[in-house]
Write a protein of this length. Structure first.
Length: 299
């Protein structure tokens, strides 16, 4: 029988890196090799399988249709290869080795400072690599193997995942403090749709807030700002409108040194559920459930 020649994992890594970065130099840097090494590896891959994967021009890198299909397959192969190592780690001590976790921006600055010191203390052999990104890219990265788990706010359509709920995070209405004592809670009907400031599309907090209010005109009239919650609070502090904040942000002191106050939103579904999610059937499921327990205990 003739020998069968297969692509190497390194060649597939080079291919995926080029697709992710769209530039030979940046892909080489991300792969910790020289540009000539990466280019040679991709040429060898094309020679091996007998098809052109990438059209090279001076200004642009363009993948051929078959190249796009092979990139998708390469991602799955690399993910499966990584899970071989995960199987071995899962058989050893819990929460050791490398773990890549994405955290959405409306959770990261408020929850991570509280939990990371305890994780480092209790699990010193866990090397946790963090990536802050919106829910959509975080779930995409989970499924293509870029990350291992995601700290997410539900409900959100993240695909075929397993999850462990951590806690419910109540939604608050934040507004500039006026004269007199504000009410104990703010009914959704009392929100002025023309003054509502929310994060731009892509941040699930916006969808959670609008869904909780159950007022279609809010979606049409609210101003979507491409900023952080900290920036929107500054806008509210300058009298430009009102906004919605998660309880964890209020408790973390996001309103400190401002004239902004916040009261719970009075609505039927005025909460988002914070959860840790991971790919179904991951060999590290026991690790993720243990991590979820740690996060739940320290939240």
């Amino acid at each position: 029988m003739a020998a069968t020649y297969l692509p190497t994992l390194k060649q597939l890594q080079y291919l995926v890196a080029l697709r992710d970065h769209g530039h030979f130099g940046r892909a080489a840097d991300a792969s910790f090799v020289t540009q000539s090494t990466l280019s040679a590896g991709l040429r060898d891959l094309e020679t091996l399988i007998g098809v052109t994967l990438v059209e090279r021009t001076r200004r642009v890198v363009r993948f051929t249709p078959v190249g796009e299909r092979i990139v998708d397959k390469a991602r799955r192969v690399l993910r499966e290869a990584e899970e071989l190592g995960d199987l071995a780690r899962a058989a050893g001590r819990p929460l050791t080795g490398e773990m890549r976790m994405s955290v959405i921006p409306t959770i990261a600055p408020f929850m991570l400072p509280r939990i990371l010191p305890r994780l480092r203390r209790d699990y010193p052999d866990l090397k946790l690599f963090l990536r802050e990104e919106p829910s959509g890219p975080a779930c995409e990265g989970l499924h293509n193997g870029r990350t291992d788990c995601v700290l997410l706010a539900l409900p959100f359509a993240c695909g075929e995942v397993a999850s462990e709920p951590l806690f419910d995070d109540r939604l608050y209405v934040a507004f500039q403090q006026g004269d007199g004592e504000p009410p104990a809670s703010i009914p959704a009907a009392a929100i002025d749709e023309t003054r509502l400031l929310l994060l731009e599309d892509g941040h699930c907090l916006k969808d959670h807030a609008l869904s909780a209010c159950n007022r279609p005109e809010l979606r049409a009239e609210a101003t979507m700002m491409g900023t952080s919650l900290h920036t929107i609070v500054q806008m509210v502090d300058n009298g430009l409108g009102v906004t919605m904040l998660p309880e964890m942000a209020v408790n973390a002191g996001i309103l400190d040194h401002t004239s902004v106050t916040a009261r719970p939103l009075d609505a039927a579904n005025a909460v988002r559920r914070i959860a840790l999610v991971w790919r179904r059937a991951s060999p590290r499921e026991s690790d993720f459930r243990l991590l979820a327990g740690v996060l739940k205990d320290h939240s």
